[in-house]
Write a new protein. Structure first.
Lengths: 146, 385
């Protein structure tokens, strides 16, 4: 199921495969270590602090701040037809970081480091197979509205 | 710990080599290093090969190299640390000698990058980052450094002209290096006009894939003296550190913590500070990477890398001349060969053999070789007594 995640997948098997199912259902999930309570994003099964092996997914609100970004003109295999695209790295308010494409509500021309954004789960609707990801959108954007 | 030195070095020219296999390239560097050292192969007890396997059709490269060099049954293996694989091989050979296991060891860094089809290169490009959380979004190697550049510009006011000035310097010196891939001067205007790769980086901010090999022969102090070697360059400070693969785990997006950690180790071991470094070869896979290297190595303060190149601090005559071989930018970047080639360049500088590119009287030099986006960093201080 994790093969659903990303336009191109190199990583079908992981202990946090449920992340992709949640994303398809419109939920952004981090992980919480059952032993020590450490919260991680991206989610991880094995706790780096206490080495615990049990975790539970915990839902993220997805608000955050842009820390850097770039517009990619020379793209790797699988992305040729989509250039240029803009990716940004976001510090999440609830801890952790993610990297994602900028969505329609966040044009690259106005993008700035320090800008507030909302991470929104997305389906690649032009793909025949299930492909899920998330985009960076203007604050207040919800899953239903994209 | 035994002092270890370099008694010989050699390298191929870097560039497209459609006439040779990777082991044939390795042999060219090996032949040159033996001649430079003035030794026969029988004194070399072991080989370490630095290379990145994904680029070669031949699997398990050290086997075919050791065979082609006619060195069986002496030991050989591969070290891999992305673009720092060559320095990983050098460090391994240094450890073998420092540990007292061997007296003389050859280090071979080699890479043949132009054999791959464009489609294969594009596919490899797509897997440079963390493939679980980042590659699915189409991240690229220039893309990561572009994000460092954007953050550096935001925090410190670094400009695209300052990035271009790094490329101009490296092409200036590369033009005088017969081993360099690009031997032409460029201007800031020409660099700025080049096609965008990943904003704010354009073509002239990026180094080029290349084919090439480099070899150094290391000996322990006692063995070097016993062989009568009197122009040895010593590996007096050896630093090495790591950092996260994923950009999502980086606390610093304007420098490489692994480079600062490796530099601190190397300076402490050699008993020097940044001020003492008279010539350096640093990992300018992108222009921003050289600016960050000035800062991480302490050649200038944090955020002062742009003004440092503006003031020509990294030219001959400046406080810390950098990449007088043209750097990765103009010399080319056959990734496994790069760290060993950097070492060859600093050895040549410390022996005073670099002609128009020579830092007069240099006796302390440094190499800074980064793997990936700083997942690995090796910083070494070299000295000529
Ligand atoms: Zn835990």
């Amino acid at each position: 199921m994790f093969a659903w995640f990303g336009l191109v997948s190199f990583c079908p098997h992981t202990k946090v495969a449920g992340f992709a199912q949640h994303l398809k259902d419109g939920r952004l999930m981090g992980s919480r270590c059952d032993a020590c309570g450490r919260v991680s994003f991206p989610p991880r099964a094995d706790c780096p602090d206490c080495r615990g092996a049990e975790f539970t997914f915990t839902e993220y609100g997805g608000a955050g701040t842009v820390v850097t970004y770039t517009r990619i003109a020379a793209a790797p295999a699988g992305f040729e037809g989509r250039t240029p695209f803009t990716i940004g790295v976001v510090d999440l308010d609830e801890g952790g970081r993610l990297l994602a494409w900028c969505g329609e509500t966040l044009p690259e021309a106005g993008l700035q480091i320090g800008q507030r954004v909302q991470v929104v789960p997305r389906l690649f609707e032009d793909c025949e197979e299930i492909k899920v990801h998330y985009t960076l959108e203007a604050p207040g954007t919800t899953w239903a509205k994209v | 710990m035994a002092r270890v030195g370099i008694i010989g070095c050699g390298q191929t020219a870097f560039g497209r080599r459609s006439d040779a296999t990777v082991q044939e390239l390795a042999f060219e560097a090996w032949r040159a290093a033996l001649a430079d050292a003035g030794v026969e192969p029988d004194v070399v007890e072991a080989t370490v090969v630095g290379s990145v396997p994904e680029y070669h059709k031949q699997r398990s490269l050290p086997g075919v190299i050791q065979e082609y060099l006619n060195l069986n049954p002496r030991p050989v293996w591969l070290t891999e640390a992305a673009c720092a694989s060559g320095s990983a091989a050098l460090r391994t050979a240094w450890l073998e000698i420092a540990a007292g296991v061997h007296d003389v060891v050859a280090v071979i860094g080699c890479q043949k990058m132009t054999e791959l089809e464009t489609a294969e290169i594009l596919a490899l490009m797509g897997r440079v980052g963390d493939v679980q959380w980042e590659s699915g979004f189409g991240t690229t190697f220039p893309g990561y450094y572009a994000m460092f550049a954007r953050r550096h510009m935001h925090e410190f006011g670094t400009t695209s002209d300052q990035l271009a000035a790094v490329a101009v310097k490296n092409h200036h010196y590369g033009a005088a290096n017969p081993k360099a891939m690009f031997r032409k001067e460029i201007t800031v205007a020409k660099a700025r006009a080049s096609e965008e790769v990943s904003a704010p980086l354009s073509v002239y901010d990026c180094c080029a894939n290349a084919d090439g090999a480099a070899c150094v022969i290391l000996a322990g102090e006692r063995a070097a003296r016993a062989m009568g070697k009197d122009r040895v360059v010593w590996l007096d400070g050896m630093g090495c550190a790591s950092d996260s693969m994923s950009v999502l785990r980086r606390t610093d997006l304007t420098g490489l913590p692994s480079a600062r950690a490796a530099a601190a180790q190397a300076y402490a071991m050699a008993g020097v500070t940044a001020k003492d470094i008279q010539v350096a070869d640093v990992h300018d896979c992108f222009t921003i990477a050289e600016i960050m290297a000035y800062e991480d190595l302490g050649f200038c303060g944090r955020g002062e890398g742009g003004p440092f190149i503006d003031a020509r601090g990294s030219y001959i005559g400046g406080a810390h001349p950098v990449n007088l071989d043209g750097g990765l930018k103009a010399k080319g970047h056959p990734i496994g060969a790069t760290g060993v080639s950097m070492t060859c360049e600093i050895v040549s500088q410390l022996r005073g053999e670099c002609g128009p590119r020579q830092v007069p009287g240099a006796s302390v030099g440094l190499t800074h070789n980064v793997g990936g986006i700083g997942q690995y960093c090796f910083v070494n201080v070299l000295r000529r007594d």
